[in-house]
Design a protein around this ligand. Structure first.
Ligand code: SF4
Length: 339
């Protein structure tokens, strides 16, 4: 029999989704990441600003190529040439990561900032036992440890992410996809980071396992109070897991709001189309198609980046770039419809 997996939404868990007076763990300001090509710079992330508050999950969504993964890689300082950060600040606990060198970054990674990668299979060492891989992560940052204590610590981690103790001496190929992904979650939280970036952590898993891994992320957030950025394109999963949602389009942040608000009242025309495109099992409706194509990011037009596909485009949209502004409390939108 298939196990019934129930989600607790962020609201049910915390009783609130508003960030209220919580402190920002991450404050990204005017971030620009360009890729240099022989025909010009591709502006993969162009002047993006957002915050992640203490103990919240921020969902980062948008179509493929919108810049969400590049934004995450920039925060982790893992953008590879010909890409590079050309402007902005990445303040993690008030310390700017953007100008740091490799040696400084080594102290930050895992200790303060951890990644749950997309493909668990590719990120685990196939010839090392699970316990050995977690032990290595701990000892790289904290030095040699007492064997008994480290075993206890790893078994506690397993309990936290819902893994059985019998996997301690197993190799990655002996685990299911969901178990491997939970090992990656365990490795991400082992050093108590302030922020975890989860890059489509459930994308290669079947629907039931997706929900188990999703629930594991919620449990970790609730028990450790860690902040997370959850990158994804599955709007249903985002609706169930995140506290606030940030929507990107063609390298720009177009809307940021508490998740309940954005699903109830999306304000940006792109977010509206994104939400309308979610299939419903209750109501059969034709899928809404968006006309036009995304602009060439080497040569973006003046004005709004969404103008070529926007059903509500106006004259001003073709000449003036709309800034991301707070239209309603905690609801930010970059669109001239709300000027
Ligand atoms: Fe559409 Fe204009 Fe708003 Fe851009 S600024 S999303 S083109 S209405």
């Amino acid at each position: 029999m298939t196990a019934q997996v129930e989600y607790l939404t962020p609201t049910q868990q915390d009783g609130k989704t508003q960030h209220g007076k919580r402190e920002a763990v991450l404050d990204v300001r005017n971030l620009k990441v360009y890729y240099s090509t022989p025909t010009g710079d591709v502006r993969a992330v162009d002047d993006v600003s957002f915050k992640v508050y203490e103990g919240e999950i921020l969902g980062l969504v948008g179509e493929s190529g919108c810049g969400k993964t590049t934004t995450a890689m920039a925060i982790l300082r893992m953008v590879q040439p010909p890409g590079g950060i050309v402007g902005g600040q990445i303040l993690l606990d008030d310390v700017d990561l953007a100008p740091m060198n490799e040696r400084e970054l080594r102290n930050i990674r895992w200790n303060s900032l951890a990644l749950i990668p997309q493909g668990a299979m590719n990120s685990l060492n196939p010839i090392m036992r699970i316990s050995g891989q977690i032990r290595e992560a701990i000892e790289t940052h904290e030095g040699k440890q007492n064997s008994k204590k480290i075993r206890e610590r790893i078994l506690n981690l397993f309990t936290l992410v819902g893994l059985p103790s019998r996997i301690y001496d197993m190799y990655p190929h002996e685990l299911s996809g969901g178990m491997k992904q939970r090992v990656c979650i365990a490795m991400a939280i082992v050093l108590n980071p302030s922020l975890i970036i989860a890059d489509e952590p459930t994308s290669a898993l079947d629907v039931v396992v997706q929900r188990v891994v999703g629930q594991t992320l919620l449990d970790v957030k609730k028990r450790l109070g860690v902040s997370m950025i959850l990158i994804g394109h599955d709007m249903g999963l985002q609706a169930q897991l995140v506290d606030r949602l940030a929507v990107m389009y063609a390298g720009h942040m177009v809307e940021v709001s508490p998740v309940g608000t954005i699903f109830k009242e999306p304000l940006h025309p792109y977010t509206q189309l994104l939400i309308e495109s979610i299939p419903s099992i209750k109501e059969r409706k034709p899928l809404k198609l968006t006309e036009g194509i995304t602009h060439d990011l080497r040569n973006p037009p003046p004005g709004c980046i969404f103008q070529a596909r926007c059903p509500k485009v106006m004259d001003i949209c073709r000449s003036v770039k709309p800034p991301l502004e707070e239209i309603k409390p905690d609801h930010y939108v970059a669109c001239h419809l709300y000027d």
